[in-house]
Design a binder for this molecule. Structure first.
Ligand code: NAD
Length: 453
């Protein structure tokens, strides 16, 4: 599935025409390719105090370890590949002024497909009103800056909890994801990251080597791309889909040297069959991606029980039952990674999608609850997170009427729909060992769509 408008306004005669007519010109986004540099140019780290070793210095040192050209002093000639703004030290709203003005002075020098990443402290229940004001302020600031960026550049934030140093492994892994082309369609988002004992030495190109992953709904669309991306990152992947999609499923399995399991995820024994297959064929199970999903759009006034029930059964109840089974049966090898597909419709609601939005908001609910269970003392450890795509170009969205589809694409800051690989990269990041400190989070992959927050 492609968005031909993006191609048209970026090439030949139609590019000139679009310029003349002042039409929106969504950029061609830079996406990950093995061997490409992490950023499109030098990285500027702002927010430090000269003469004091502080968090900005710690972040800059970590970035140097990734072979980047890192600077802490702005100049008038460099085209920045990324600007990292370290705001972890702000304690009063007034403290933000200096780093914010420093960022302001550099924005015009941000390269196309550049990155702005803010690192700040996550608001905590124990914050004084003044500290809470300063920390929450970053949220609105980041989302606004992201809306002002152009030419495929994005702005995202890492909110570090008070128990984690800014250079702890999961914070740096999240920073790396936001800086990289893997986060091409993630824009205007803040991800909360806590302390973890993740191993910083994991191979950044094959972080899932030795892991076994199961992806449901993997015969096509986002699920097929998730399977490819997890395999690229080193995992052995079991692809699951309904028997009717068996041929396409086998093709995906062959392509990635994984195995196929024909299964309707709503079956009573779905969890048991997944576990049996993963153990028998690959010796265990580490990563579970709940991706299978369906649409049965109707205004609520026209909703039939079968349309409501089918969506709840596939999109929500099946996820719940499979995860409960696997946790109850001690099915995960160690450090489970559970990633579930939510949707921006579940966050903001969507006309004609009452059933779908219930199911996707429900996914966010169980994700947070499973995250607490996993992290509880004596619990199994590991993480549960959700990814909430906005408008992604797949067969599912190709069924949306043309005008609605066109609007959905252009109301995002990046002015276009995302590709399945954009969702897959976010899932691969959350599934990686380095993301151990990211738990119970909902990561939107929506190009900063105006729908909800
Ligand atoms: P898709 O329709 O292209 O693919 C979904 C796959 O799930 C299909 O292969 C289908 O056969 C499979 N499936 C459906 N019911 C199943 C069942 N009972 N058991 C096993 N497999 C089943 O959809 P997509 O666009 O790739 O979406 C994938 C996920 O992402 C879904 O959960 C969807 O709700 C979510 N999502 C998609 C978008 C988007 O814009 N495409 C936006 C937000 C969320």
């Amino acid at each position: 599935m492609t968005d031909s408008y993006v191609q048209a306004v970026n090439s030949g005669f139609t590019k000139t025409l679009a310029k003349k007519l002042g039409l929106p010109r969504p950029a061609v986004l830079r996406r990950y390719r093995a061997g490409d540099p992490l950023t499109v140019g030098p990285v500027l780290v702002l927010g430090g105090t000269p003469g004091v070793r502080d968090d900005a210095d710690r972040v800059a040192e970590a970035l140097l370890g990734w072979d980047l050209d890192v600077r802490q002093t702005p100049d008038d000639t460099t085209r920045w590949g990324a600007v990292v703004v370290v705001l972890s030290g702000i304690e009063r709203p007034e403290d933000a002024s200096a780093p914010v003005m420093a960022l302001s002075a550099t924005l015009r020098r941000l390269a196309p497909n550049g990155r702005v990443v803010m690192i700040s402290r996550a608001p905590a229940e124990t914050d004084s009103p003044e500290l809470a004001a300063a920390r929450e302020g970053v949220d609105g600031f980041l989302r606004s800056v992201a809306k002002e960026l152009r030419y495929g550049a994005t702005g995202n934030g890492v909110q570090v909890t008070d128990d984690a140093p800014v250079d702890s492994p999961s914070v740096l892994a999240t920073l790396r994801f936001f800086l990289s082309a893997r986060s091409a369609f993630v824009d205007g988002q803040l991800l909360r990251v806590g302390a973890s004992d993740a191993d910083p030495a994991v191979d950044v190109d094959r972080p899932l080597a030795g892991k076994v992953a199961v992806v449901t709904g993997a015969a096509r669309g986002i699920g097929a791309q998730v399977a490819r991306t997890l395999a690229r990152d080193g995992a052995k992947v079991v692809v699951v889909d309904v028997p009717a999609a068996g041929e396409a499923l086998a093709a995906v399995a062959n392509e990635i040297r994984g195995t196929a399991l024909q299964l309707d995820v709503t079956a009573d024994d779905a969890g048991a069959r997944i576990l049996e297959h993963a153990r028998a064929r690959h010796g265990g199970l580490d990563v579970l991606v709940h991706n299978a999903g369906i649409l049965r759009d109707k205004l609520l006034a026209n909703m039939s029980p079968d349309k409501w029930d089918a969506v709840i059964a596939v999109n929500l109840a099946a996820q719940l039952r499979i995860t409960e089974y696997l946790l109850g049966a001690n099915g995960f090898s160690s450090e489970p990674r559970i990633v579930s597909l939510a949707s921006t419709s579940g966050i903001a609601g969507n006309r004609g999608q009452a059933n779908y939005a219930f199911s996707k908001a429900g996914v966010i609910g169980h994700t947070r609850a499973f995250a607490r269970l996993l992290a509880a003392p004596g619990g199994p450890g590991g993480t549960a997170n959700a990814v909430a795509p906005g408008f992604i170009e797949t067969d599912m969205t190709a069924s949306i009427p043309f005008v609605q589809r066109e609007v959905a694409r252009r109301v995002a800051s990046l002015q276009q729909g995302g590709q399945p690989v954009d969702v897959a990269e976010a899932i691969a990041f959350l599934a990686s060992p380095a993301a151990a400190g990211v738990n119970g989070q909902v990561l939107r992959v929506c190009g900063q769509n105006v729908v909800g927050r």
